[in-house]
Design a binder for this molecule. Structure first.
Ligand SMILES: NC(=O)c1ccc[n+]([C@@H]2O[C@H](COP(=O)([O-])OP(=O)(O)OC[C@H]3O[C@@H](n4cnc5c(N)ncnc54)[C@H](O)[C@@H]3O)[C@@H](O)[C@H]2O)c1
Length: 379
């Protein structure tokens, strides 16, 4: 497990945000609301969008530019929040880390597991923290569900039903694997958080209901097997009108001593065998969603404590998505380790940065390099 540089300045952490699009707006409001951070720069290829986002909020004195390295140097920034589109995550994160800045990056870490491995090696080579913001880990009711699951003994099966009918327009209605690539990483990551385990394999079917308004498959059912036999069954559709679930989906956790249910919005409920202590109070775990990941990032760069979403561990969440897509394409069960091993060969082949390549080569096996981190971060 890599360690990373910490920051012990007095006063708020000076942040440069990269990306002033749809989600970037939400991040700006979250940064403004947190007194432990201060926005000093806003980077976007579209500087008009950056200026407009600042003007909308009455923010003055924030540097604007198109290069994260230049804006960070000009502002004396301490850290970067990356809210660009997924294809820009790798170059922006690498530029920031090698400029000496830790990065909090929106999910997914990168479009491919191979690029995510390159990012993990870049974090080691630069000595900086790269944390992927998996904002759906930060729900107090999920924290409560995790505590309940811990009372249920061995877990046999966890299910998530995700059924919604959004009309996004734009790229989502045109892209391949839209549900798996754009949305399913949230519950896939959440089940790792819930169980503290990483999956072993997946079988997945992807399909497009006849009435779908998406060009490509907008529905999927996946069965993941975990070490020890636990099965996680995800079933979702993005063209499912009527009785929609929450954005977190609807969860069931069944263990040897009982069952817990979570509708994704409200406090979970549970019913168990005699002796199971399931009357767990509502968790007050602090800020939720992206405010929660920002708070954890700040605490991590201050303390050196490895946060949720640290890049080495997060590779497994992305690998769950890539394995599910591969399984849907081949009709076969796919092992997660095989996906990571194949991605490692691709990453070694593609890497052009000599320092990063040396770190990748030094791993020998990617599984060993990732597993220590994965165990240390409660998945
Ligand atoms: N956590 C969540 O619930 C959630 C929800 C929505 C989006 N997201 C994630 O947030 C990220 C951004 O999504 P969005 O909907 O805001 O996209 P968007 O297209 O609305 O905005 C992206 C912005 O990044 C800018 N950009 C692209 N490449 C850049 C580069 N190399 N350097 C600087 N700026 C660059 C674009 O000009 C654009 O303004 C994605 O990774 C997405 O998956 C997360």
């Amino acid at each position: 497990m890599s360690t990373f540089a910490t920051i012990d300045n007095n006063g708020p952490l000076r942040l440069v945000q990269v990306g002033a699009g749809g989600m970037g707006q939400a991040w700006l409001d979250t940064i403004i609301a947190n007194p432990d951070v201060e926005l000093v720069g806003l980077v976007d290829l579209n500087t008009d969008a950056a200026h407009a986002a600042l003007a909308d909020r009455g923010l003055q004195g924030v540097a604007v530019g198109t290069s994260v390295g230049e804006v960070a140097a000009a502002t004396g920034a301490h850290a970067v929040v990356n809210v660009t589109v997924p294809v820009a995550h790798h170059p922006v994160n690498v530029e920031a880390m090698f400029a000496g800045l830790p990065v909090l990056c929106e999910k997914p870490a990168a479009p491919t597991v191979a690029q995510a491995l390159s990012l993990a090696a870049s974090a080691e080579a630069s000595g900086q923290l790269l944390m992927i913001s998996q904002s759906r880990r930060y729900f107090n009711s999920l924290t409560q569900l995790k505590a309940m699951a811990g009372e249920l003994g061995d877990i046999g099966v966890i299910t998530t039903e995700f059924f919604k009918a959004p009309h996004f327009g734009g790229f989502r209605e045109e892209m391949d694997h839209v549900l798996l690539l754009d949305m399913a990483i949230h519950p896939f990551d959440a089940v790792r958080h819930l169980t503290g385990q990483d999956p072993v394999s997946v079988y997945c079917e992807e399909f497009n209901p006849p009435w779908s308004w998406y060009r490509a498959d907008a529905a999927a059912t996946a069965v993941f097997e975990f070490a020890g036999g636990l099965r996680y069954v995800y079933s979702g559709s993005w063209c499912a009108d009527g009785k929609e679930t929450s954005w977190n989906g609807s969860w069931r956790v069944n263990g040897a001593r009982g069952t817990a249910l979570w509708d994704g919005d409200n406090a979970p409920t549970a019913e168990g065998l005699e002796g199971a202590v399931l009357d767990i109070p509502v968790s007050d775990g602090g800020p939720e969603q992206i405010a929660g990941s920002l708070a954890e990032f700040v605490a991590a760069v201050r303390s050196g404590r490895v946060p949720n979403g640290e890049i080495h561990s997060n590779v497994y969440s992305l690998a769950m998505v890539e394995a599910a897509v591969q399984s849907a394409g081949t009709g076969k069960r796919v092992r997660i380790d095989d996906v990571i091993t194949a991605a490692y060969a691709q990453a070694l082949d593609a890497e052009r940065n000599a320092e990063v390549k040396a770190v990748l080569s030094g791993w020998g096996s990617p599984l060993g390099a990732l597993s220590g981190a994965s165990r240390g971060v409660s998945a």
